[in-house]
Design a protein around this ligand. Sequence first.
Ligand SMILES: [Zn+2]
Length: 276
Amino acid sequence: MSLKPRIKKQLGRRFVASGLHRKVLAGHGVIVSFHRVSDAIPEDALTVNSARFEGLCRLFRDAFDVLPLGDFVSRLERRESVAGALSLTFDDGYLDNFEVAAPIMRALGLPATFFVTTQFIGSTTVPWWDRGLPTHPGWMTWDHVGSLSREGFDIGAHTRRHADLGRVQGTVADDEIGGSRQELIDRLGRAPTNFAFPYGGRSNLLEENRERIRNAGFRSCVSAVGGLTPNGADPLRLPRVAISSWFASPEQFAFDLVSIKRASARVTRRADAVQR
Ligand SMILES: [Zn+2]
């Protein structure tokens, strides 16, 4: 699809105003993922600025039923509809999640899940993907994470050291999955129920590790594989739509759900074919 962002914005606005986006969604919900919300570094694949984030949040609030991820998962477990539902998630545990994103969501009354890499929290770790940044944006501390949790935001697990669960096995995998869960219990006094696997691609999760996630007591596992969630989806195989500055406007997001849904349908058909 090579339509210009400006045209998509206009079409998207008409979509939302007429409620057409809900017809397009037809039996699908959306889980969106963010990493950083910041005005201190330029926007990139992992960063959106605060104005873009707030614009998207307003669109989410006005055009969707924004649910805590736990409620979204409960609906799937009870075989209830997730049509028109949307859940917000954040990966890794960047400091701006607390300083920039949370205040905007708080003001708009939006719930969210923060998937934290437990060993990054309160550390000065600079992961390899951030080495090109002029300054590292930093991580939340356990005080920040605890305060978000007490306020009612959901804290999910994202392993202890951002392990590639497509590669690690055995006791290392146990430590990354069960260990991150235990660390969150020790730090926050409550057990996390949602898990996001690092890197999130199809090759980044061995099936035996998906079983570990289930056996550790998690009710859901989200990926970074782009797509919408159809009614009846397996909570341990949930796609997400990654949000970056690629969405030039909130309305473009609404419009692009059409192509995202088409792509999810193609992926589902391909997965069916593989299973056969
Ligand atoms: Zn991550």
